[in-house]
Design a protein around this ligand. Structure first.
Ligand code: IYR
Length: 222
């Protein structure tokens, strides 16, 4: 028989409608200013800021509240160098063999290639791992649920938190990312989900000119 959980009163503040409108509009304006950055300064980031952004990510909803994520924060230059070398090896295979013509054409406007200097220049890399199960002290498996959805939501919270804190980041997905498991000594049941490159943009950093779909293209109201 399953044991019932315990319950406590919800703390929820109902806001006046004008305040809701102001906050929704301000939050949209703030988030729309976020850009993926590939040109980083080497300026160090305050680790207490990163820690609070990770705490924010850790508040994300997850299947059965299993919180099936792990965030490995890398600032050690030697480890960053190893990650860069391994990532560039995969990227060279991607750009020269693995990627289809269509994929390469779709990436052309972003100006990306197999060189990933930002993996060494940026002060902080956050490797995000997903866990399909948890092993307890006795080595017994406890299943996790909706793992990709949960880790994707937590990653979204993290990206928004970093932007809110005044940091820039890049969602980087060298593929495959198995090398992160080895370099960062993560257990084999954790899967590398994404590599976030975090820091400040370099002076004069440029970003591709892109547009986001308008509301009418992304939503229907029935
Ligand atoms: N991982 C490669 C290729 C790449 C793929 C997608 I989809 C992008 O939006 C951007 C890049 C790279 O990082 O260069």
């Amino acid at each position: 028989m399953a044991t019932a959980g315990s319950f406590a009163p919800l703390h929820f503040q109902t806001l006046p409608e004008v305040e809701m409108q102001d906050r929704a509009a301000a939050f949209y304006q703030q988030l729309r200013a976020r850009r993926s950055v590939r040109d980083f300064s080497d300026r160090a980031v305050p680790m207490d800021v990163i820690e609070n952004c990770l705490r924010a990510a850790g508040t994300a909803p997850s299947g059965a509240n299993r919180q099936p994520w792990h965030f490995a924060v890398v600032t050690d230059p030697t480890v960053k160098q190893r990650i860069r070398e391994a990532a560039e090896e995969e990227e060279r295979a991607f750009y020269s063999q693995r990627a289809s013509e269509e994929w390469l054409n779709d990436l052309a406007p972003l100006g990306t290639d197999a060189n990933k200097p930002f993996l060494e220049i940026a002060p902080c890399l956050i490797a995000i791992f997903s866990q399909s199960y948890r092993l307890d002290e006795e080595g017994k498996k406890h299943l996790h649920y909706y793992v990709n959805e949960s880790v994707g939501i937590a990653t979204g919270f993290l990206i928004a938190a970093l932007h809110n804190a005044g940091l820039a980041c890049l969602t980087h997905t060298p593929s495959p990312m198995r090398f992160l498991t080895e370099i960062l000594h993560r257990p084999s049941h954790e899967r590398p989900f994404l590599l976030l490159v975090v820091g400040y943009p370099a002076d004069g950093a440029q970003v591709p000119v892109i547009t986001k779909k308008p509301l009418s293209d992304i939503a229907t109201f029935i």
